[in-house]
Each structure stands twice: as structure tokens, then as C-alpha cells.
Design a protein around this ligand. Sequence first.
Ligand SMILES: *Cc1c(COP(=O)(O)O)cnc(C)c1O
Length: 397
Amino acid sequence: MTSQEYIDKAEANLIHTYNRYQIVLDKGDGVYLYDVDGNKYLDFTSGIAVFALGYNNKAFNDALKEQIDKLIHTSNYFYSPVLGDAAEHVVKATGMDRVFFTNSGTEAIEGAIKLARKYAFLRDGNTDHEIIAMNHSFHGRSLGALSVTGNAHYQEAFKPLIGGVVFADFNDLQSVLDKVNDKTCAIIMETVQGEGGIYPATKEFIEGVRKICDEKDILLISDEIQCGMGRTGSMFAYEQYGLKPDIVTVAKALGCGVSVGAFAAKENVAKALVPGDHGTTYGGNPFVLAAVNKVFDLYDELKIVDHVKETAPYLESKLNELADKYDFIIDRRGRGFMQGLEMSIPVGPIIKEALEKKLILINAGTNIVRFVPPLVIEKQHIDEMVAILDGVLANVK
Ligand SMILES: *Cc1c(COP(=O)(O)O)cnc(C)c1O
């Protein structure tokens, strides 16, 4: 079949929720992707911050194949040999005490919201608790996660959403304080806002929020679905602030392409959920947990977090050079391999042009180019990316 035939067939049967690029991707290798016509693309998106290890990692693929031949799924009424290791990996990495595995990021958020509500219910017996979420946040597309997503455009047509959610301004402690009352059960935020435009939390803000939470027995939920798993140069971004949340949500790179997410919590919080309170048929089945275990093993073996810490300054300096060179670039910001270039112009045409030159980039909002490459990229890939992007930016009128 030709590329166009693949596209036409898919479009004939899909609900049209995406304006996809007219490219049919067929295979991947390292930091490169190949389409069905054999074109090679340098990938600086890693399937939206997912494929941290790079494509077609043999050890990873072999671990998946081995598990497939043993056992793909059991219900959560049984244990499997991979379960204990996976739970221990996530608990150790997050600094939490207990974990629940989900199928996706949005489900991790749903679980975190339910856990926070149950915790508060046990605290005071009330059922009118409030969650403070941030403007310009993104937490997912299911109705609970959408309800804490601070983006009117995503929410509008799907109201009524879940109740008891109020919004404050990210990095504005006073606006959070203004929303805190006796009903508040949780404050949810991304440590580095992703979709909203690559905004890292300031130290004063996140410390201030932690302090409010401690004083009022409010739970801090850190959504680390995009910024976690080493992307910002520490396993989880909150480590760089020297504090811990009460609940952490993880997904994206956790399974490196295998559908898995998790929410983890401190012991005193986690124990609020008891048998019957929450569940999932697929979540954390042996297949996905074999992937999780191999991801953590390979992070260790390849020293992924150290690599990000060592290599990210080079990416930052190269992006800074572009920001200096082009006056329509307003700002370069981010942490580690989660970077953004904010422009005074819409970035859609720039991303499209880059794609024509075989570089895959993604936006965050209308005027920010986002860089979330596989965490295994080397300096040479950064040079290759910058050379292509520079060529595209030079033609911007
Ligand atoms: C992607 C993302 C989600 C949603 O994850 P899905 O797996 O797409 O449901 C939630 N929070 C953040 C910060 C994300 O980047």
C-alpha cells in the first residue's frame, strides 16, 4: 500500500479527533523514525515525552517478548513475579510508600483525585471537598482529569465537569492562598507545566504550597507524568526543590511506549484506599510491568538521569544561541530535556517546515516550540536538530 492509501483507509474509519501529519511511520531506531517510504526523521518529541530509551532498544524489546511468551495478563486478583519489583521500583524512585498501577496518565490523575477525596472524607466525614488546580495546567482528557485541567478550550463543550475544583495561578502563591479554605483537600500541579508552555514551578511557589499543605493537612499532588522519569535531570522534578509531594502521578516514559501509568502516595495517605475503593482490569498487568521493570533496569544501566544532567546544558546553550539570533524568539525556558522556545509568532508553520526537513518537533500552545527528545540523545543529535531548525528559522518572514 502507498502512504496515501494507509492514510485514506485510517481516515475512513477513525473519529476525527486529530489533524495528523500526512506521514505514515513504520519503524524506529534510536532517535530516528522511518516512514513507509523509507524517509528518516530525527525525533525531538519521543512520542510526546514517552520513548525515553530511544526506539528499538534490543534489551527492552527482548524483555517484552520474553514476558509475552510467559503471561500477558492476569486480573488484579492475583500476583505475578513482576509485580513486586515494579511496585518497589516506583516507590523507591518517587520516594513514596505505596503505588497503584493504571493504564494511562489520565487514569493516574483520576486515582489521585479519588485518593485525595477519600483521605479528606476520612479526615472530617464531609463530601464537599475542593481541589485547587492551576490555570494553564494539563492533566488529561477523562472527565476528572479534564476538570482539573486549566484550559477553557478543552473543557467548554464537556460541561458539567466534576464539582469541587477551583483554579489558581501557577507560580502565584497568593492566588493559591486566596482559594484555600476548610474544604480544600488537595492542590494539584505539574512541577514543570508541559502543554501549558514549559513553565517550571519557582522555588518560592512550590515551597509555599508545600507549607500551606503541611499546615492545613492538604495533600500536594505532583503531576510528574511529563516532567518525571528523568526528563528534567532528576528522576522526578520535585527532587530539585528538596521537597516531596503526598501523591505523585507518573506515566509517559514509565512504560516507554507500553501503556502504563501509576499514582504513588505516602503511607498515611495511601491507606485511605481499601479493597473495593478503586480498581482496573488491565492496569499493571504482567506485560506492562515487565516493561516498567526493564525501563528502570535500563535507566540504571545507561545512567539515563546522569546523561540528561550532563547533556542538557548543551541543548540549553544551543537553544539560547537561537534565541539570541532571532528576535522573534522571546524566551528559552525549561529543565533538562524538557525545553521550550517561546516565539512572538505562531509556531505551527515552523514545525511543519521542520518536518519537511525531516525533523520532528511539537508545539506547546500556539507560540511555543517544545523539545522533549528521547533521553538518550547525544550532542551530535542536538547539533543535527539545531542545524535543521536554524535553517527553518532563517526563512521566517
Ligand atoms: C500527557 C499528560 C497527562 C495525560 O496522560 P495520558 O497518558 O495522555 O492520559 C497528564 N498530565 C500531564 C502533565 C501530561 O503531560
